[in-house]
Design a protein around this ligand. Structure first.
Ligand code: HEM
Length: 440
C-alpha cells in the first residue's frame, strides 16, 4: 500500500517551478522484505527529492513501475519497458499546449492567443501525422554530418571561452564561465543570429523558458513571457525574410535552400518551430556539460580513463545522459483509454515518463548505478526515444564533448571546490545545477 499522506499539489504539466508546494511526508523507510508495505510516495519537487532523486525513483520503480500518483495528479511510469511502450503507443499524446494555456492567470489571457498558436506549432507538442511533416523539414540540417560542419567553430569557441575565464588556479563557477556561454555562442552561430541581436534573442528565450517550464507564476511574469514569445516569432520571421534575400551559412538558410518551406510546411510553421530551437537546446546542453564534469569528478577512475583515452569522453557524456542527465522526464497525456502493466490509463490522464528512473532499470542495464564510460549495448532514454527523439542530439553531443574534452585535457588540476554544497534548480523536468564552483 502506498502512504500518500500529503495534500495534492497543483503541478503544472510542464512544471519546473514549485507551483503549489505540498507539505512534506516523512522519509520512506527502505525494507528489502516488505517494500509494498513500507513504500511512501514523495513529492518530486520536495527539496531533498530535487537534491537527490534517484534512491526514491529506484524504490518507486521497484514498488510499481506504473503508478497512479494522487500527489502529482499523474501516472508515474518508471520502468524502462513501460516507458518505451508509452513512447511507441499512438494512444499516448505529446500534445500538452492546452494544460499550459489553462495555467495562465485570467488577467494575462488576452495576450495568450497568439503565443499559444506559436506553441501549437512546436514539433514537440504535435502527434503523428502532423508531427512527422513538421519534423521532416529539419531532419537533414540536424543530422550528424551536417552538424559536424560546426565542429571547428565549437572547438575554437571552447578554447576562447576557457582562455578568457579559466586561468589555472583561479576559482570560478563553471556554469557561468563555460557551461552557459558556450552553447549560447554555438547556437547563435548555428542559427545565424547577428551578434548585435543576441542580447534580445537570449532574453526572449529565457522568458519563453519561464512560460513552458512553469517558472512564471505571477500575472506580470506570464505577460512578459507571452510577449517575449510573440517578439521572438516576429524577430525570427524577419530573419527568415533576410535569409531568403541573402542566404548565409546557417540553419535557416540551409533549410530554406532545401525547398520544403512553403511546400510541405508553411512559413508560419517554420518560424514557429524556430522559436523552439534555442529554448530546447540551450539550458539542456549547459546542464549536460556541468553534469558530466561533476560525474567525472565523482568517479575518479572514469576521469583517469578519459585522461588516458580521450575518445572515452563520448562514453562519459552518454553515461551522464543515462545516470544524471539534463532531462528527468517527458510529459504525455492519454489520448484514449489504454492498458499498461495491468492498469487502465483513462483518456485525458496525465503521464509522467520518468526516464531518469527507466535509465537505471536493472532489467535493462547491468549494474545500473555504475558510471561506466565503456558501457555498450544500452539505449538510454536521456535524449528521449521514438518519434520525438531529440532532434538536437548530435549538436548537443558535439558541444558537450568539446567542452568536457578541453576541460579534461587542458585543466588537469581542476577540482570541484565544495561538492557537498551543490544545489539544484527545483524542477520536475530538468536536472540543473544552480552553480558549479571549481578551481581551474
Ligand atoms: C543535452 C542536451 C539535450 C537534451 C538532454 C535534450 C533532451 C530532449 C528530450 C528528452 C526530448 C524528447 C522530448 C519528449 O519526448 O517530449 C527532446 C526533444 C527535442 N529536442 Fe532536445 N535535448 C537536448 C538538446 C537539444 C538541442 C541542442 C536542440 C536543438 C538545438 C534540441 C531540440 C529538440 C527538439 C526540437 C525536440 C523535439 C523533437 C520532436 O518533437 O520531434 N534539443 N530533447
Amino acid at each position: 500500500m502506498i502512504a500518500t499522506t500529503v495534500a495534492p499539489a497543483a503541478v503544472c504539466p510542464m512544471s519546473h517551478g514549485v507551483s503549489g508546494t505540498a507539505p512534506l511526508p516523512a522519509p520512506a523507510p527502505a525494507s528489502a522484505f516488505d517494500k509494498a508495505a513500507t513504500f511512501t510516495e514523495r513529492y518530486l519537487l520536495a527539496p531533498d527529492m530535487v537534491a537527490a532523486p534517484y534512491a526514491h525513483l529506484d524504490a518507486l520503480r521497484d514498488h510499481a513501475p506504473v503508478h497512479w500518483s494522487p500527489m502529482h495528479h499523474a501516472w508515474l511510469v518508471t520502468g524502462y519497458e513501460q516507458v518505451m511502450r508509452c513512447l511507441r503507443d499512438p494512444a499516448v499524446s505529446a500534445d500538452r499546449v492546452r494544460p499550459l494555456m489553462d495555467a495562465v492567470p485570467q488577467g494575462a489571457r488576452d495576450d495568450a492567443e497568439r503565443a499559444f498558436g506559436i506553441l501549437s506549432r512546436w514539433m514537440v507538442f504535435n502527434d503523428a501525422p502532423q508531427h512527422r511533416r513538421l519534423r521532416q523539414v529539419f531532419q537533414e540540417s540536424f543530422a550528424a554530418r551536417a552538424v559536424n560542419r560546426y565542429r571547428a567553430f565549437t572547438e575554437k569557441a571552447t578554447a576562447a571561452v576557457l582562455a578568457r575565464r579559466a586561468a589555472p588556479g583561479r576559482t570560478g563557477d563553471l556554469m557561468a564561465d563555460l557551461a552557459k556561454p558556450l552553447p549560447a555562442l554555438v547556437f547563435a552561430r548555428w542559427l545565424g543570429i547577428p551578434r548585435t541581436d543576441s542580447a534580445a534573442f537570449w532574453y526572449w528565450n529565457a522568458r519563453v523558458a519561464d512560460l513552458v517550464l512553469g517558472t512564471a507564476q505571477e500575472e506580470s511574469e506570464y505577460r512578459a513571457s507571452l510577449q517575449a514569445l510573440v517578439s521572438l516569432e516576429d524577430y525570427l520571421a524577419s530573419l527568415v525574410a533576410r535569409r531568403r534575400a541573402e542566404p548565409g551559412d546557417d540553419l535557416i538558410s540551409q533549410v530554406l535552400a532545401e525547398g520544403r518551406v512553403g511546400d510541405t510546411v508553411t512559413e508560419l510553421e517554420f518560424v514557429g518551430m524556430l522559436t523552439q530551437m534555442a529554448f530546447a537546446g540551450g539550458e539542456t546542453t549547459s546542464n549536460l556539460i556541468a553534469n558530466t564534469l561533476l560525474a567525472l569528478h565523482q568517479n575518479p577512475d572514469a576521469l583517469t580513463a578519459v585522461r588516458e583515452e580521450p575518445e572515452l569522453v563520448r562514453g562519459a557524456v552518454e553515461e551522464t545522459l543515462r545516470l544524471d542527465g539534463p532531462s528527468k522526464m517527458s510529459i504525455r497525456t492519454a489520448r484514449a483509454d489504454l492498458g499498461l502493466d495491468g492498469h487502465t490509463l483513462r483518456a485525458g490522464d496525465r503521464i509522467f515518463l520518468v526516464t531518469a528512473a527507466a535509465n537505471r532499470d536493472p532489467a535493462r542495464f547491468p549494474d545500473p548505478g555504475r558510471f561506466d564510460v565503456r558501457r555498450t549495448g544500452a539505449t538510454h532514454l536521456g535524449l528521449g526515444f521514438g518519434a520525438h527523439f531529440c532532434i538536437g542530439a548530435a549538436l548537443a553531443r558535439l558541444v558537450a564533448c568539446a567542452a568536457v574534452s578541453a576541460l579534461v585535457r587542458d585543466h588537469p588540476g581542476l577540482t570541484v571546490t565544495d561538492p557537498a554544497a551543490l544545489t539544484w534548480q527545483p524542477s520536475l523536468l530538468n536536472r540543473s545545477l544552480t552553480a558549479l564552483p571549481v578551481r581551474y
